[in-house]
Design a protein around this ligand. Sequence first.
Ligand SMILES: Nc1ncnc2c1ncn2[C@@H]1O[C@H](COP(=O)(O)OP(=O)(O)OP(=O)(O)O)[C@@H](O)[C@H]1O
Ligand SMILES: [Mg+2]
Length: 222
Amino acid sequence: MLETVNLTKDYQVGQETVRALRGVNLAVSQGDFLVVNGPSGSGKTTLLNLIACIDAPTSGEVLIEEMAVSKLSEGRLAELRREKIGLIFQTFNLIPVLSAYENAEYPLLLLKLSRLERQRRVNALLEEVGLADMQKRRPDELSGGQRQRVAIARALVTNPKIVLADEPTANLDSDTGAQVMQIMRRLNEEHKVAFVVVTHDPVVTQYAKRMLRMRDGKLVET
Ligand SMILES: Nc1ncnc2c1ncn2[C@@H]1O[C@H](COP(=O)(O)OP(=O)(O)OP(=O)(O)O)[C@@H](O)[C@H]1O
Ligand SMILES: [Mg+2]
């Protein structure tokens, strides 16, 4: 479903070249729950950004459902990102002036769906993450764990094939982090959506179906 072939990424910092990724080969199939852990600076975020098509590799290829991302036009790429990929961040990245409901609905505004269908999906997902009674609250009226659950609902509301999460528990205490991971695993089972979670939080690794380790820009088996 998702594949990377010999992915490399260099960053130029002044005279220096930082080799953030040095040949990453990865295959993620439907229903996978992959956790990638590794120390700070090992290339985890860089890898997620390439898979999410937020950034382009220096060499190598990302394939999503066997389509080579580099061969797509800007328009098709934007469409692919909207329809197939959900993102979850360390800092939740909710829009402060919007309610929980409106934040979760947001990605649907770019798709051609009726208002009723949008309502149906948002209500279902807020229910699934246990926030049915907090729809009207703004992010600053929610706890960290509740904010991350809104972000999870937002990531899944488009029925993506794959959800990418970058340190999703880093701003949560360990109990709340474990709850958030349980919700992700449940959605992974129920929606058959693949998750790739990068982290250095040991709590997260307990929820992995499969684990890999990132070291100096390379993936190694654990
Ligand atoms: N925009 C950038 N410009 C230059 N160098 C960068 C850039 N982004 C990342 N790097 C470098 O690339 C390497 C990998 O960074 P990356 O952010 O992918 O690591 P990470 O594993 O996500 O770390 P952390 O656990 O701290 O989030 C690091 O050496 C980093 O300094
Ligand atoms: Mg990172």
